[in-house]
Design a protein around this ligand. Structure first.
Ligand SMILES: Nc1ncnc2c1ncn2[C@@H]1O[C@H](COP(=O)(O)OP(=O)(O)OP(=O)(O)O)[C@@H](O)[C@H]1O
Length: 269
């Protein structure tokens, strides 16, 4: 199943937020969306899940307009982990994760398969021990993991995550990225907004770079993560260290020391 967007234009309060952007995502791959604050990354995700209706253009799933799908069908196709997730409901963690099954469960409530998906999602996100805790009393990072479990429990064909690493400690950041990567390898599509370029370099198959509501670059990670493109995206000089295997492994921003003498550093003007 291909997820495509064609000529999307989104205007909010008279401001053009997305300016006729087009692209396509592949299942089985992780696509990372990069760009400076306000570039339009979350707005693009909102259009991709049908939370915002663009003024022009369309989002299609295998040539079917997304907005023609009913809510349950759309919920099974696409799951979103929103930016800055915050839980205000006074319910326990397993109930919140169970909400991810709503697009699947029948009128008689949750089936054995639904319960199994919830248990699996909680284990995958290290939330099993939190199952009976009140979600609103958890730390920010724990809440982030619970909400990721909720999305995973829905087993969507497309999983979209807006800055899923915010407020996670390094070990849980690693776990979440590994989990999302395995979800893609299992044949699903994964689209993630990240600000951490090192993590993006490790983790992305493809990258889309947004700048001021337009696509500055898109393609395989190694073609897009150049110092020239990253510098244009963020408006500062960028230096990139390349590993012995040829992968970018560190990024420095701003006017830096000349790293030309460093065997692993290069400047891509
Ligand atoms: N409801 C709204 N009304 C007006 N402008 C909005 C609205 N929502 C977002 N914007 C503007 O749209 C632009 C893009 O916002 P968006 O949240 O998509 O950016 P982003 O790339 O996700 O940024 P960040 O990295 O800061 O999360 C910003 O300039 C923002 O102020």
């Amino acid at each position: 199943m291909l997820l495509s967007f064609e000529n999307l234009t989104l205007t909010l309060r008279g401001r053009e937020i997305l300016r006729g952007v087009s692209g396509q995502f592949e299942p089985g791959k992780v696509t990372v969306i990069l760009g400076a604050n306000g570039a339009g990354k979350s707005s693009l995700l909102s259009c991709l899940v049908g939370l915002r209706e663009p003024q022009s253009g369309s989002v299609t799933l295998d040539d079917r307009p997304l907005l023609s799908l009913d809510n349950r069908e759309r919920g099974r196709a696409i799951g979103l982990l929103p930016q800055r997730p915050d839980i205000h409901w006074n319910v326990d963690v397993k109930t919140i994760v169970g909400l991810g099954r709503l697009p699947h469960s029948g009128r008689w409530g949750m089936s054995a398969a639904d319960h199994e998906a919830v248990v699996k999602a909680m284990a995958a996100t290290d939330c099993t021990d939190l199952a009976d805790r009140k979600a609103m009393r958890l730390s920010g990072g724990e809440q982030g993991r619970v909400l990721l479990a909720r999305v995973l429990a829905g087993e969507p064909q497309w999983l979209l995550a807006d800055e899923p690493l915010a407020s996670l400690d390094p070990a849980h950041q690693f776990d979440v990225l590994e989990r999302l990567k395995s979800y893609a390898i299992a044949g699903n599509g994964v689209i993630v907004v990240l600000h951490d370029l090192t993590q993006a370099a490790r983790f992305a198959d493809n990258i889309i770079v947004l700048k001021e509501g337009a696509i500055l670059a898109s393609g395989p990670r190694e073609e897009v993560m150049t110092a020239a493109i990253m510098g244009q995206a963020y408006g500062v000089e960028v230096q990139i260290g390349i590993s012995d295997r040829g992968n970018p492994w560190w990024f420095r921003f701003g006017v830096c020391d000349n790293l030309g003498a460093n065997r692993n550093g290069h400047r891509d003007e």
